[in-house]
Write a protein of this length. Structure first.
Ligand code: BDR
Ligand code: CA
Length: 310
């Protein structure tokens, strides 16, 4: 099984991504590291445990990491995810413990303890934990197999400001460190995730599984949709973060280009923009496999089949 660490700020779509990973025997989740993002750290590190318990996986190690971005004040997104971050269904308070170790220390220790190229990082929120680990322990860069992350946009531009996607906008300094780290990157931007839209039929397929987990996934996506349908006028809501895990399971669902991506960190107007050289108009070296399209039916088929196992 491929070893992964999920770095996350749950969030309903983060929650579905975690469930997809836990449902997949081809992935071994070494740990879940939590970061401030959609909601503050105290809630994201609680929500990650709520999700593990829902999946019956109280053995998963959950760590709390950075509670604010490297250089900016934390911006949260309760207007999307609700006050708890996981609004849509009420789930029991988690009983499983939060690990004592700081998420950044766990990342550094785990990467150092494994052979180079054997651990993949899956960031689903702002990149604060990952950037802090790379800054504190530059030797881990060559240990990381690859970083497969959700963030940024090219054609879809911004969902938080006219120019920026939420995860990159919250901590652009951290994103810059990650994009300049030399670690192989695979990026799932809004261009992909805005094609991973829920429809009535797709949500009903989760509900019709007749399981607690299927019911929770349907309830979360229903909640999430209320916001996105009003905003985008589309049929459903984008399930952003599960695209990262789906890529690990079935990379041929996605197509993209290996190109240069730089992060805007100075202009307030375009702060956190991913400046994406899609047409290769510069000679800057490619640093990311930037995805542009996905097979949405194949994605939902995979997601539903796997969620059914929990
Ligand atoms: C990203 O922001 C969060 O609201 C979602 O969980 C996703 O990671 C989408 O821009
Ligand atoms: Ca997220």
């Amino acid at each position: 099984a491929r070893k992964i660490i999920i770095d996350t700020d749950p969030g309903q779509d983060d929650a579905v991504a975690i469930l997809l990973a836990l449902a997949s025997p081809d992935l071994e989740v070494l740990g879940i590291t939590c970061v401030a993002g959609n909601v503050p750290l105290q809630l994201t590190s609680k929500n990650a445990r709520v999700v593990c318990e829902l999946a019956g996986r109280t053995d998963v190690q959950v760590y709390a990491g950075c509670d604010s971005p490297l250089a900016r004040d934390l911006v949260t997104a309760e207007y999307v995810h609700g006050k708890t971050g996981l609004d849509g269904i009420e789930l029991p308070e988690p009983k499983m413990p939060l690990q004592d170790q700081h998420a950044v220390d766990f990342l550094i220790e785990t990467l150092r303890a494994h052979p180079a190229g054997s651990v993949t990082l899956c960031p689903l929120g702002p990149l604060t934990n990952i950037a802090t680990a790379l800054q504190r322990a530059p030797d881990i860069a060559e240990k990381i197999a690859e970083i497969v992350l959700m963030g940024g946009a090219y054609f879809e531009v911004g969902n938080t400001t006219p120019a920026a996607e939420f995860n990159i906008h919250v901590d652009p300094q951290a994103a810059e460190i990650v994009f300049r780290s030399g670690v192989p990157l695979v990026v799932m931007p809004l261009d992909v995730t805005h094609k991973a839209l829920t429809t009535r039929a797709r949500v009903e397929a989760f509900r019709n599984l007749g399981t607690r987990v299927g019911h929770a996934v349907a309830s979360w996506t229903d909640f999430f949709e209320r916001f996105d349908m009003a905003k985008y006028g589309s049929e459903g809501a984008p399930l952003h973060d599960p695209c990262v895990i789906a890529y690990l399971l079935k990379p041929d669902l996605f197509t993209g280009r290996h190109i240069n991506v730089e992060i805007e960190t100075t202009s307030e107007l375009t702060m956190g923009m991913t400046v994406t050289d899609w047409w290769r108009v510069t000679d800057r070296a490619p640093n990311a496999m930037f995805m542009g399209d996905l097979d949405a039916d194949g994605f939902y088929k995979l997601l539903t089949e796997r969620i059914a196992r929990l």
